[in-house]
Ligand binder design. Structure first.
Ligand SMILES: Nc1nc2c(ncn2[C@@H]2O[C@H](COP(=O)(O)OP(=O)(O)OP(=O)(O)O)[C@@H](O)[C@H]2O)c(=O)[nH]1
Length: 599
């Protein structure tokens, strides 16, 4: 298709669960991309984990052909975007490939903070934003109220927003018709030198690196010699094509189109996201503006339970980074846990996903230490260092100032729950920056310490607001704070992997909560186990796990050998995720006890 006026490139902006995947599936069905049977599994969420958790992680694209009521056939390139705040950065990438975005809002729920943030990104990037009110089939749907909310919260006209039910299919064709009308067609010279933006790259075991690109000008076809601008390397194109949603080769990709390129590139660093591709014959083509580099926000140490697994762990991480440019790691050694890696994640969800993949796909048993953010430390000699591991914090005598990362959080909450949300923010050391009443909702902005936000803030926010408050946040600055290291001692031995950096005012309280929680989590052993929390040289809390009196096997009355064996096996399985620290066995949960205390 070379008539650009028949192409529409768009994304869908929606809060989690507002129905983006269901709507996309409907589009695919209407445009005849898949049979009913193939529709059975939601197609866009292609990774197993994504499907299980029902969340979208990687940006994908689908090219569809829609026979519109005006008698013309349009090529619709739909670029998927992830909904979770951890993957916010992928949204702006997907938007860079589009001229427009559908803002899908659940008509029974209303606007949520995440969609507001993504909408602003779209508007900043010059996209046409088209509101769609979904779930109109629900009895509690209030399209007028929600349309008014879109206008007041986001500030775009929603008077004639399309209403639909992605579930029943009602109104979905109207969405497509309106999309063709309001979202501009792409512009670009087909005869100009190739200029293509890499939106995403991933590693496929069979195909090698696959890159999703948006061709801005020119064209690219199989056999072309393509130049990756930032690396300066030239690769021969093996194939180009689109996902419809199945991977389908095409003769070429032209200006205005979105599709994939495979060019024998060995790893994703050879085709960096945000980079520009051109042909080797036109090396002087300008670079397109790329994307902001992704910075991990949360760090944790991961250690194999069995030290024999260290090399397998390293291999697994290498493979995972082929597909996940956001994942960063470096070797770490701990007195308590031996050799492992300190890994940087985008957020807690990202951390859980990586941990699960390592355990499930690579069959590793891992111990994870408590996650932490990065602190900025100014030393007395003027040097500034960044600490992502509490046990590596320099001696307090050498520290001039400690600074913690602060985020600007935007929260949308119905008025009824405003009080409890404010209480929560104050408890988390938040400073209010703004508050705007918008109909039945209130938009509040807080500066909050990132350390308080990444761990459990989102869950707490949901629980104090009965699920109604929503949150969006981004790193703002480092700010001086009275921070100290809280050490944990087990039978008088300091366990480096249990150290935390906390605010001085909360240190004693946190210490007490932590030792109490750990007391519940560390199983009884043959001897007393003393758990202490210390700040500097000073013990701030203490508790004891009492010794076990009876031998478990005594219960078996000697006779039944198979029962005894079963019991031992059960014990062994239970032990799998334990680590021997000194002479005490510490289970995984105890390392994450800080996440479990009700702070
Ligand atoms: N009643 C009703 N339910 C819907 C409608 N559209 C989607 N749902 C349901 O809402 C839930 C969430 O829909 P999804 O399409 O998975 O939501 P999503 O926004 O893609 O979620 P992520 O992939 O996690 O971003 C599912 O249980 C859907 O069946 C609708 O029009 N009406």
């Amino acid at each position: 298709m070379s008539d650009l006026s028949l192409i529409r490139n768009f994304s869908i902006i929606a809060h989690i669960d507002h129905g983006k995947s269901t709507l996309a599936d409907r589009f695919i069905q209407i445009c005849g991309g898949l049979s009913e049977r193939e529709m059975a599994a939601q197609v866009l969420d292609s990774m197993d984990l994504e499907r299980e958790r029902g969340i979208t992680i990687k940006a994908h694209s689908v090219t569809l052909h829609y026979n519109a009521k005006d008698g013309k056939t349009y090529q619709l390139n739909f670029i998927d975007t992830p909904g979770h705040v951890d993957f916010h950065y992928e949204v702006s990438r997907s938007l860079a490939a589009c001229e427009g975005a559908l803002l899908v809002v659940d008509a029974a729920q209303g606007v949520e903070a995440q969609s507001v943030a993504n909408c602003y990104t779209a508007i900043e990037q010059g996209l046409e934003v088209m509101p769609v009110l979904n779930k109109i089939d629900l009895p509690q749907a209030e399209p007028e109220r929600v349309a008014a909310e879109i206008e007041s919260v986001i500030g775009i006209d929603a008077t004639d927003a399309v209403v639909c039910s992605a579930k029943s299919g009602l109104g979905v064709e109207d969405v497509l018709e309106r999309l063709i009308e309001v979202i501009p067609a792409p512009v670009g010279e087909i005869d100009a030198p190739l200029q293509a933006l890499i939106i995403d790259s991933w590693f496929d075991n069979y195909l090698g690196v696959v890159s999703l690109v948006r061709v801005k000008q020119g064209r690219i076809k199989k056999g072309d010699k393509v130049l990756v601008k930032s690396t300066g390397r030239v690769h021969q194109v093996d194939s180009v094509g689109v996902f419809n949603p199945k991977h389908t080769e095409t003769a070429d990709l032209k200006a205005g189109e979105v599709g994939f390129i495979i060019a024998g590139i060995k790893d994703i660093h050879g085709a960096p996201v945000g980079d520009t591709l051109t042909l080797s014959s036109t090396p002087d083509v300008e670079m397109l503006p790329g994307f902001q580099k992704v910075q991990p926000q949360v760090f944790a140490g991961l250690f194999p339970v069995s030290s024999d697994d260290f090399e397998d762990f390293r291999d697994a991480l290498e493979k995972l980074t082929l597909n996940d440019a956001a994942l960063q790691y470096e070797p770490e050694s701990s007195d308590a846990l031996g050799f492992g890696f300190r890994i940087g994640f985008l957020g807690m969800l990202h951390m859980e996903i990586i941990q699960e993949r390592l355990e499930r796909e690579y069959d590793l048993d891992l111990i994870t230490t408590a996650p932490t953010v990065v602190f900025e430390v100014v030393k007395k000699d003027g040097e500034i260092i960044y600490v992502d591991n509490p046990s590596r914090l320099p001696d307090p005598a050498l520290i001039e100032e400690m600074r913690e990362p602060i985020v600007r959080a935007n929260i949308l909450v119905p008025q009824d729950h405003l009080g409890s949300v404010i209480t929560l923010c104050v408890e988390k050391r938040g400073v209010q920056r703004d508050m705007v009443f918008l109909g039945s909702q209130v938009q509040v902005a807080y500066d909050l310490p990132m350390n308080e936000v990444v761990l459990d803030f989102f869950d707490r926010l949901k629980s104090v607001s009965r699920g109604y408050a929503s949150l969006d946040y981004a790193f703002d600055r480092f700010q001086a704070a009275r921070l100290v290291r809280l050490d944990v001692l087990i039978n008088n031995e300091k366990v480096d992997a249990l150290a935390l950096i906390v605010h001085r005012d909360n240190a004693a309280f946190k210490g007490r909560q932590l030792v109490e929680k750990m007391k519940e989590l560390i199983p009884r052993q043959m001897f007393d186990v003393a758990i202490q929390a210390a700040m500097g040289g000073q013990i701030v809390a203490r508790s004891t796990v009492k010794a076990l009196r009876k031998n478990v096997l005594a219960k078996c009355y000697g006779g039944d050998a198979s029962r005894k064996k079963k019991l031992l096996e059960k014990q062994k399985a239970g032990k799998k995720r334990m680590k021997q620290v000194g002479n005490v066995e510490i289970p995984q949960e105890a390392f994450l006890a800080v996440l479990k205390v009700d702070n």
